[in-house]
Design a protein around this ligand. Structure first.
Ligand code: CP
Ligand code: NVA
Length: 307
């Protein structure tokens, strides 16, 4: 059974090729209005204990377009919110639906759902990782640059779930990645180590720095994310102070490659991690990136349900 929980562990090099090819094929079919009911009659339970716009809509619409259906289960409505265990939830859902997508705080809860249940589990974001986003990101880069291998990404700001999964994704795809974060806010060593494992095969260069300009130098892709992730709202004022030198603005974009693209998983906070002129400017591909969640997620669903 194929889960999609941890990009480094769950996406082999062959899976990555298959997922990107499938996403490109399903995107073309969607645009051409060609029916592709690959998951006719299949059902997906979507558990959310954190907010979402893109992840929820893309998985729900994606299941519909694939001929199946999705159930939106917020923790305000299902018994998990009142203390029902992951063990019981995994077993109950395994008897009724064909797969689970979950967005929640603790990464281990997602792994437990997979371990206790009998159906594929997709990680729609945890405090530690955001593996579905990075597949859409790779698809977007490939569309704009024609290739992935040999390109350089610079990630600026918080060493959070996005940064961890981008380390996984870039290394797997053969892209170089430089992560620039304040010393105590870089990614956990585990993610650099895992990226280095794949980099040994693909030739990616993995760099950790505190200097945003060093990271952005000559980059083909400049990527940032909010400085205050879901669950950290109480620390917002402190974080704005800590990350203020990591803002993506025109000066920072000026040291990147002249054709560099700007990426952000969204939601974005203009005037904080990115200035308005950059995110709303000609180098920004953030809405392509958001749309590609739909196409990438359909590829993930097909891979988990059928392969
Ligand atoms: N990028 C992303 O995951 O967006 P949502 O929080 O809206 O799902
Ligand atoms: N790092 C952000 C990503 C949102 C999609 C968060 O976890 O809130």
């Amino acid at each position: 059974m194929k889960h999609y929980i941890d990009f480094h562990r769950d996406v082999s090099f062959e899976d990555l090729d298959y997922l990107l090819d499938t996403a490109i094929d399903l995107k073309a079919k969607t645009k051409a209005g060609i029916e592709h009911h690959l998951l006719k009659g299949k059902t997906l339970a979507m558990i959310f204990t954190k907010s979402s716009t893109r992840t929820r809509v893309s998985f729900e619409v994606g299941m519909y377009q694939l001929g199946g259906m999705a159930l939106f289960l917020s923790n305000n409505d299902i018994q998990i919110g009142r203390g029902e265990t992951i063990y019981d939830t995994a077993n109950v859902l395994s008897g009724m639906v064909d797969g689970i997508m979950i967005r929640t705080f603790k990464h281990q809860d997602v792994q437990d759902l997979a371990d206790f249940g009998r159906i594929p589990v997709i990680n729609g974001l945890t405090d530690d990782q955001h593996p579905t986003q990075v597949l859409a990101d790779l698809l977007t880069i490939k569309e704009h640059k024609g290739t992935l291998k040999g390109l350089k990404m610079a990630y600026l700001g918080d060493g959070n779930n996005m940064a961890n999964s981008l380390l996984h994704a870039c290394a797997k795809a053969g892209m170089d990645i430089s992560v620039a974060s304040p010393k105590d806010y870089t990614c956990p060593e585990k993610y650099f180590a895992e990226a280095l494992e794949d980099a040994a095969v693909t030739g990616s260069k993995i760099v950790k720095t505190e200097d945003p300009f060093e990271a952005a130098e000559g980059a083909d892709v400049i990527y940032t994310d909010t400085w205050t992730s879901m669950g950290q709202e109480a620390e917002k004022a402190k974080r704005v102070e800590i990350f203020k030198n990591y803002q993506v603005n025109s000066k920072l974009m000026g040291v990147a490659h002249k054709d560099a693209i700007f990426m952000h998983c969204l939601p974005a906070y203009r005037g904080y991690e990115v200035t308005e002129d950059v995110i709303d400017g000609p180098q920004s591909v953030v809405f392509d990136e958001a749309e590609n969640r739909l196409h990438a997620h359909k590829a993930i669903l097909v891979n988990c349900f059928l392969n």
